[in-house]
Design a protein around this ligand. Sequence first.
Ligand code: SF4
Length: 129
Amino acid sequence: MKSQIELVCICCPMGCQMQLHVEGRAISEIEGNTCKIGLNYARQECIDPRRMLSTTVACKNGLWPRLPVKTAEAIPKAMMGEIARSLHFLAVTAPVEIGAVIVENICGTSINVVATRSMPKVKLEADNN
Ligand code: SF4
């Protein structure tokens, strides 16, 4: 069975409108992309759509109460909710260095979650005594 899928490439601000011609489970033709990046994106989006996830986790003893984190690679789009929920319940303790691995192999994806900024420890009055 032949079908056509409309897709907007999100890889750069040009936002090329693409048409994917699909026969059964195979892509027979891709139109509308300006470059090869769009071609690869369209194929990936059809087979295994993925996205980067950026969020925050709770941070104890830090300068700020939340630490910004992101997945080191794009994760399966279908697992976004599960991964975001697991990070929602996570708390780390300062100090944390930028790039530090916060979670290894998040939800069995083989992908790590890393800190996107350093978080110094807050010096409490009790620390000075
Ligand atoms: S196809 Fe290429 S030029 Fe078009 S939006 Fe994607 S990356 Fe940008």
